[in-house]
Design a protein around this ligand. Sequence first.
Ligand code: HEC
Length: 112
Amino acid sequence: MRSTKSLRQLCRVAPVMLGLCVIPAGGAFAGVASPPRPPEAIYAKTCGYCHGARVGPIIRGRKLPVEVITTYVRSGPRAMPAFRPTEISNAELAALAKWINATKADPKEIGE
Ligand code: HEC
């Protein structure tokens, strides 16, 4: 009777404990601990494919709020694709949004 009860208790807390063990540090959900890429690199490789290259609007040098950038990247409205945390981690996105907000406009970039 006693052991059945403690087993039941263990079953109740086990998923919680497992969940705590599985969450990786640093906000990367892929389970593979790769170091966060610098915002300049993500912008150049991913965002700059459209932004500043005649496809999307210019987003640098406009002091766009960090929340607006984050929301666009995660939801991908209209012609813009959404990016999942497996593609751009939460930590990377936070740094990227801050960088875009603070960075100056690049005169070489062309808006749509
Ligand atoms: C495949 C092309 C494409 C890529 C890649 C892309 N975007 Fe966009 N983005 C767009 C388009 C098109 C819009 C305009 C969407 C609309 O109709 O509102 C846009 C809009 C935005 C806006 C809103 C700008 C405004 O004037 O309000 C932000 C912020 C933004 N994108 C950030 C990003 C970031 C950060 C990345 C990189 C992680 C990125 N985008 C990658 C095409 C792209």
